[in-house]
Design a protein around this ligand. Structure first.
Ligand code: GDP
Ligand code: IMO
Ligand code: MG
Length: 427
């Protein structure tokens, strides 16, 4: 397999984990490069459902190296639970490696995220997963973060906390009115976190990466979230705090752009979004409800009902551009099996002026004035969940996919017709 990046091309939950798991069979190294336990990645394999938050979705195969990369943020308490659950299922974790450069979510990050969400009113609410993601990345960028390697350097950590903690406590007490932490408590947390991470800590990652390149090993990069949740390219501020776009695969892994050959965007045949923010094709009627029920659209991490809507080709085309997608994987096509009509948004129209946008307007403030311009497609009214080849698909399903390719300007390389590994058509 060529070195490949798998990213979400919408607002997350596109089925990235299913695609990563499938491609991982032919990869040697699988790297999660950004995000943290805000992600909920579902793999259905051998009749069992696995839900990953931080551990790469390639872990179900033996003899693969699965890295939690430098661009991720790790909340050790969630990681511990994930590890325990996999051990109960007898999954071999000997290939799991954690970058010493990944950032650590501290208890105060969770407190701040929770407080910010609960106290936010109206448009200030982001609808985060409350997993401390924003505050952890904020500290990383402001150079007040704790990295995994700090957990194993007691003296260095102690000196760092002497600088960070007084500032953090001031912020906790005076800005948020939250409880403060004393240094001993934080040192205790850190030693507990070190114990959780220690068996997987990978200090010799440079040697492993050099060898991988020298031996032409296959590398698979697993993105979390999606293009439209990217902190630079998404619907800011209604985004996560990392770079899910393909570029993030380089900054978050330690491999440069020249190593990557394929970039697969994953899109559902429709769109979902959890949390706040613009979503032009959102359906708040019974059609949206039907998609939610048939597609089981409830969050993997938070259980929240996902907002649902028609496929948005403007969003898809934007993702193709900002991530340099070489092809698209379309998942959950089967969810439309009983639909008479399927709509696709091909542009946006400004209700005030009639102006047509066929590119993504990045200023979220104008989205309340935009409405989607739809074209309509006939459903196929056939159960496609057992179909194994492109030829087998009903004519109307093929027409729908062809039209999506045309609108997105990129080929569809994978079609998913159910959650199982064998419910996949490679085109
Ligand atoms: P991710 O975050 O992008 O990995 O996606 P999630 O795991 O959060 O959500 C995708 C959900 O859709 C999971 O429950 C998958 O098992 C399921 N899924 C993936 N592909 C398909 C498909 O083609 N059809 C159906 N019906 N379900 C799918
Ligand atoms: P996967 O990898 C869908 C959303 C949250 C919120 C925003 C910011 O499973 O696709 P955060 O907790 O990151 O600060 O929340 O981002 N969000 C996701 N939505 N799938 C995800 O991950 C998400 N991770 C974060 O709902 O709107
Ligand atoms: Mg998910």
């Amino acid at each position: 397999m060529e070195n490949t990046v798998v990213i979400g091309a919408q607002w997350g939950d596109e089925g990235k984990a299913k695609i990563t798991d499938l491609l991982a069979e032919n990869a040697d190294i699988i790297i999660r490069y950004q995000g943290g336990c805000n992600a909920g990645h579902t793999v259905v394999a051998n009749g069992k459902t696995f839900k990953f938050h931080l551990i790469p979705s390639g872990i179900l195969y033996k003899n693969k190296l699965c890295f939690i990369g430098a661009g991720t943020v790790i909340y050790p308490e969630v990681l511990e639970k994930e590890i325990e659950d996999l051990k109960k299922d007898n999954i071999d974790l000997s290939g799991l490696k954690i970058s010493p450069l990944a950032s650590v979510t501290m208890p105060y990050h969770i407190d701040i995220d929770g407080y910010s969400e609960e106290s936010a009113k109206g448009s200030a609410k982001i609808g985060t997963t409350k997993k401390g993601i924003g505050p952890t990345y904020t500290d990383k960028i402001s150079r007040h973060g704790i990295k995994v390697q700090d957990l194993f350097d007691i003296d260095g950590l102690s000196k760092k906390l002497d600088i960070i903690l007084p500032l953090k406590n001031k912020e906790l007490a005076q800005v948020y009115g939250l409880k403060t932490y004393n240094k001993e408590d934080i040192m205790d947390y850190c030693s507990k976190y070190a114990e959780i991470i220690k068996p997987y800590l990978c200090n010799d990652w440079q040697k492993i990466f050099h060898d991988a390149l020298a031996c032409n090993k296959s590398i698979l990069f697993e993105g979390a979230q999606g293009v439209m949740l990217d902190v630079d390219w998404g619907t800011y501020p209604y985004v996560t705090s990392s770079n899910p776009v393909a570029g993030g695969a380089c900054t978050g892994s330690g491999f440069g752009p020249s190593v990557i050959k394929e970039i697969i965007g994953v899109s559902k045949a429709y769109i979902t979004r959890v949390g706040e923010g613009p979503f032009a094709t959102e359906l708040t009627d019974e059609v949206g409800e039907k998609i939610r029920n048939i597609g089981h659209e409830f969050g993997t991490t938070t259980g929240r009902p996902r907002r649902t809507g028609w496929f948005d080709a403007v969003v898809a085309k934007y993702g193709v551009l900002v991530s340099g997608l070489t092809s698209m994987a379309v998942t959950k096509l089967d969810v439309f099996d009983t639909f008479d009509e399927i709509k696709v948004c091909v542009a946006y129209k400004d209700k005030r002026t009639g102006e047509i946008f066929d590119y993504y307007p990045t200023n979220v403030n104008i989205h309340e004035f935009l409405e989607p311009v739809y074209e309509s497609h006939q459903g196929w009214k056939t159960d496609i969940t057992g179909m194994k080849s492109y030829e087998e698909l009903p004519v109307n399903a093929k027409k729908y996919l062809k039209r999506l390719e045309e609108l997105m300007g990129v080929k569809i390389s994978i079609i998913s017709v159910g959650p199982g590994r064998d419910q996949t058509i490679f085109v």
